[in-house]
Design a binder for this molecule. Structure first.
Ligand SMILES: Cc1cc2nc3c(=O)[nH]c(=O)nc-3n(C[C@H](O)[C@H](O)[C@H](O)COP(=O)(O)O)c2cc1C
Length: 371
């Protein structure tokens, strides 16, 4: 059996000291109908903290813009009642022994694949496009963009004030940041658009810079990114390492400490034409190109990838040896785990103690309740 000791080395990022390399991936659970997280959220996250997770990233929680969420069960990260709920969450997680950051989110022009619900205000995005040629909502004006950037910065400083250890900006999967990155949904001709990925990164870089100014130099900022999108799994923003550097360097330059590189299967090489089928994954390339700390993710401990979960599909377990090999090479620094931690709050402790026969697969029925 593979030793998993390499996953249990401590790690420091700025002011945040982590007990191990395992991160709970952000997972929308839709249990906050009035936008307010409550005791059930605190208990849910606390269980994963007590189960040994080093760093918890919350479910996506939205900033203070009129149409920042596409699903009425998603919690707010603004307003006294929601922030009081989040205070209960972070206190519970700290008592459980983990570190935590909220995943700050704006869904932009992308509708939910779980509900037909629409917000009262018009949805907004860079160019009023949800996908190539698919119109949805309005194009953001200068004032909307400035207000959105300010709302992200306010949420980040609120997170710090409440006692969170970090924040994650959701820049992945086809939502607002990614709608700016993607040429097909960003047709702007102002400074937030452009022919190159570097130009289309200016919105995200603007958010990062303002967040950095609001939280100070030592508070870690994580940015989640993906090549793939809910709108199209095959799209890639950066087809070459040079393009990836054009995309990522301005973001790191603006103040990102950690790139959270979302893949559906962590073992898939990013540029196999260059370094082969066992080559570096997205987090590996991002670390090599930028020097930033990186988090990888995707089907850790499970055989099937996560999109099937929304259609009721579960997954059997998979071995951790490929993960351990990559961590031993320091290809990336941290590894996020999603569904395996919904299935079993004690997953980390079972891995640490080598109790692999006790590890369970994922049953999509687990999504029906927040426990
Ligand atoms: C129920 C569910 C909800 C998710 N919600 C989010 C989310 O709010 N933000 C996000 O960045 N990713 C979200 N994801 C993706 C996960 O963070 C993760 O990248 C994905 O599940 C792959 O990890 P896994 O294979 O270990 O589950 C979600 C995944 C699941 C299963």
């Amino acid at each position: 059996m593979t030793s998993t000791d390499v996953l249990f080395r401590p790690f420091r990022i700025g002011s945040m000291e982590l007990a191990n390399r395992i991160v709970m991936a952000p997972m929308t659970r839709s249990f906050a109908p009035a936008g307010i997280p409550g005791p059930a959220h605190a208990a849910y996250y606390r269980r994963r903290a007590e189960g040994g997770v080093g760093l918890i990233i919350s479910e996506g929680t939205v900033i203070d813009r009129p149409a920042s969420r596409n699903n009425p069960g998603v919690p707010f990260f603004h307003g006294d009642a929601a922030l009081a709920g989040w205070k209960g969450v972070i206190d519970a997680v700290h008592e459980g022994g983990a570190k935590m950051g909220p995943q700050l989110w704006h869904t932009g022009a992308l509708k939910s694949f779980l509900t037909e619900w629409v917000p009262d205000s018009p949805v907004e995005g860079p160019s009023g496009l949800e996908a190539p040629g698919v119109e949805r909502g309005v194009a953001m004006g200068d004032g909307d963009i400035a207000d959105t950037i300010a709302a992200f910065a306010r949420a980040a400083s609120d997170a710090k004030r409440l006692g969170f250890d970090t924040i994650e900006l959701h820049g992945a999967h086809g939502y607002l940041f990614d709608q700016f990155f993607w040429a097909a949904t960003n047709r702007r001709t102002d400074r937030y658009g452009g022919a190159t990925i570097g130009e289309r990164s200016r919105f995200a870089a603007g958010v990062v810079a303002e967040v950095r100014a609001s939280v100070g130099p030592d508070f870690p900022i994580i940015l989640r990114l993906s090549q793939w999108k809910v709108q199209d799994f095959t799209v890639r923003l950066a087809e070459t390492p040079d393009l990836m550097a054009d995309w990522l360097m301005p973001l790191v330059g603006a103040g990102v400490d950690v790139l959270h590189c979302s893949q559906r299967r962590f073992w898939e090489p990013e540029f196999p034409d260059i370094d082969g089928e066992q080559g570096l994954n997205f987090a590996g390339w991002a670390k090599k190109l930028t020097g930033a700390t990186t988090i990888s993710v995707g089907s850790v401990g499970l055989a099937e990838d996560f999109m099937g979960a929304f259609g009721g599909e579960g997954s059997s377990t998979a071995k951790l040896d490929k993960l351990v090999e990559r961590m031993e090479r320091d290809e990336f620094d941290l590894i996020a785990v999603g569904r395996a931690l919904i299935a079993d709050p004690a997953w980390v402790e079972k891995v640490r103690t080598g109790n692999s026969s006790a590890l369970k697969g994922f049953d999509a029925a687990a999504l029906a309740e927040l426990v």
